[in-house]
Design a protein around this ligand. Sequence first.
Ligand SMILES: [Fe+2]
Ligand SMILES: [Fe+2]
Length: 196
Amino acid sequence: MVYTDINIEEIKDWLKENLCEERYIHTLGVMDAAVELAQMFNLNVEKARLAGVLHDAAKCFSNEKLLEIIHEHIPEVHDCELLNYKTLHAPVSAYLAKEKFHIKDKDILDAIRWHTLGRCGMTEFEKIIFLADKIEARTREAEFRHQCLELLKEEHGLDKALFKCFEATIKSLVDRRLAICHITIDVYNELLEKII
Ligand SMILES: [Fe+2]
Ligand SMILES: [Fe+2]
């Protein structure tokens, strides 16, 4: 099955032009990690590759540009998402995946859309893309990656690894005195219930 009429090399060329070097390297890492996790969990590898490569497409846009696109094209973005500008690239990257890179597949678009905040009732596919973003081997911390990969071997491993990511995210937001979107807390509580 083909999910876009645009060649992945063309997508990478666009990303190379529109992301800073570190973000581009991270993007390639997420693409590889997404493929690895898709194989591990018997999910669609081609969709994982596309979600991985496009997840941060809008990451290097200015806040003004992100807000402009959101106001014009994605009015459904929650108010609480606007609390932290670092998360705004997720809905805009999903918008680009659809409009610029012609992806219609809902799984790919949703995984990109929710890769920063997560959401309650995440699908397995959304979870592996979320996790790939945190544990890719090229720019993320090796120890954290290793701990998550170990958790994946356990029963309910995907939820356990995801919980570890949410725990770390919330701790870091608290440490930096940044606002926490209620969606993130809801997912934390949902995962906590699943893993205990
Ligand atoms: Fe991101
Ligand atoms: Fe990312």
